[in-house]
Design a protein around this ligand. Structure first.
Ligand SMILES: [Zn+2]
Length: 425
């Protein structure tokens, strides 16, 4: 594996202690809230919350080999206890395929539970502990569910996972092993998401769903992916290709580069590419229609989409959709689509050529890169980074329906001849 280490990593920020390094603001009415405010939306108008960091916040702690090296740009008190399993600082490896474009893969499968969600949940569970919460809750049967259960276990908190009815047992086993209570919700995804949110509010439970209105703290997690790409590459790539489910990862990465620009670290910005499953086009429709309000966006959403093996990113109404569309618009980026056959092919390519076992929903980063090249969008000499979001080890159940591993029958008599043929081939 060709792991990139920047020869002289760029200095992100100056080393300087700052106790009040961020403030909490509502994007609708513009008021700021006390940093100890435990709510997830604006106390005055119910708007979404964002964080504003001091321009003199201090830079990466190079003694930390995790995403917590960027603590000065995370919404977290300097002296609060961090719940960490070693998330972040994932490899950025140069792809083996020969190309006039420089292709790199940011391998998020190496996170503790196998996906980029560990970044958000390390922040979320740490914040829950800081606020004195004893129980966390979310609706998910995917990467976020796994991550929440693991980090809650590490923190000694009770975790309640609300799952859709009929969720595959293979996905539930690790959640149960992490000690989570599992509630199977009888209803649509939208109803379940709303119920988990309302129930968390009613009982004063800390919600760990990763979209902004449920938990703005966790929305800061994906930002560290952008910081790492910048630090590992030693520059801003021309393109970053990101599989899109709820949209929080893509928009978080974009915010990282805007933050670096604001801090005067770099004037360059990447163009962002969102990869969606074929048939899930609400984000592109919103982009084309120039939608800028939550109500307008929701009006475009369909109740259901076509069946797909890209289970982690098949969302008909991405909860951070509006922010995602803004990121694509501002970065002059594009949305591209992956069919299931292309996703499967990408799983095989990443496995065989790169040594990365990705789930279909993550391997489509490769599909996105191929489309970028095919459409002539990425030009000679440019740099493209693909985000491989999640490990295939957690989704072998899905792949079983599509891949039949070739097995050659051997015994003590025929085995040597078969091996010789493989060596000759
Ligand atoms: Zn407000």
């Amino acid at each position: 594996m060709d792991r990139i280490r920047a020869g002289s990593p760029p200095q992100l920020l100056t080393s300087r202690s700052a106790m009040e390094h961020y403030s909490l603001m509502c994007h609708l009415c513009g008021i700021s809230m006390d940093r100890n405010y435990g709510g997830m939306t604006c106390r005055e108008c119910g708007g979404s919350l964002y964080f504003v960091y001091q321009s003199n916040a201090f830079g990466p702690d190079r003694n930390q080999h995790s995403m917590w090296r960027y603590r000065s740009l995370l919404p977290f008190s300097q002296n609060a206890e961090v719940v960490s399993l070693g998330e972040g600082m994932t490899p950025l490896q140069k792809a083996r395929c020969p190309s006039s474009v420089g292709i790199y893969l940011k391998n998020e499968t190496t996170n503790p539970t196998g996906s980029q969600k560990d970044r958000a949940l390390s922040i979320g569970i740490s914040k829950a502990k800081e606020l004195g919460q004893k129980t966390v809750m979310l609706y998910s049967d995917g990467s976020t569910a796994l991550s929440s259960a693991a980090y809650a276990a590490r923190a000694g908190l009770k975790n309640i996972t609300v799952i859709p009815k009929g969720a595959p047992v293979s996905r539930l086993v690790p959640i149960a092993i992490y000690g989570s209570c599992i509630l199977e919700f009888d209803g649509t995804d939208a109803e379940a998401l709303e119920w988990a949110h309302a129930t968390s509010m009613e009982f004063g439970i800390f919600e760990t769903s990763t979209y902004r209105r449920a938990n703005p703290y966790e929305s800061e997690g994906p930002k560290t992916i952008g910081f790492e790409i910048f630090e590992q590459l030693g520059s801003v790539p021309d393109w970053i290709v990101v599989p899109v489910g709820g949209g929080g990862t893509l928009s978080g990465i974009w915010r990282a580069f805007r933050e670096l620009q604001r801090l005067g670290i770099t004037s360059d910005l990447p163009r962002i590419v969102g990869v969606l499953p074929q048939g899930y086009s609400v984000l592109e429709q919103a982009l084309i229609s120039g939608i800028r309000s939550e109500d307008e966006f929701r009006a475009l959403c369909l109740a259901s989409g076509p069946p797909t093996i890209q289970v982690k990113i098949s969302m008909t109404c991405p909860p951070d959709g509006l922010e995602t569309v803004s990121a694509i618009r501002e970065s002059n980026g594009v949305f591209v689509y992956a069919s299931d056959s292309a996703a499967l092919q990408a799983v095989k390519t990443l496995g065989k050529c790169e040594g990365i076992y990705a789930e279909p929903s993550a391997a489509v980063a490769w599909t996105g890169i191929e489309q970028l090249l095919r459409q002539g969008l990425a030009r000679d000499g440019e740099t493209v980074v693909g985000l491989v979001t999640g490990s295939g080890f957690r989704e072998t159940g899905v792949l079983l329906e599509s891949i039949e591993p070739a097995r050659i029958s051997v015994n003590r008599k025929t085995g040597a001849g078969t091996v010789q043929k493989i060596l000759d081939g």
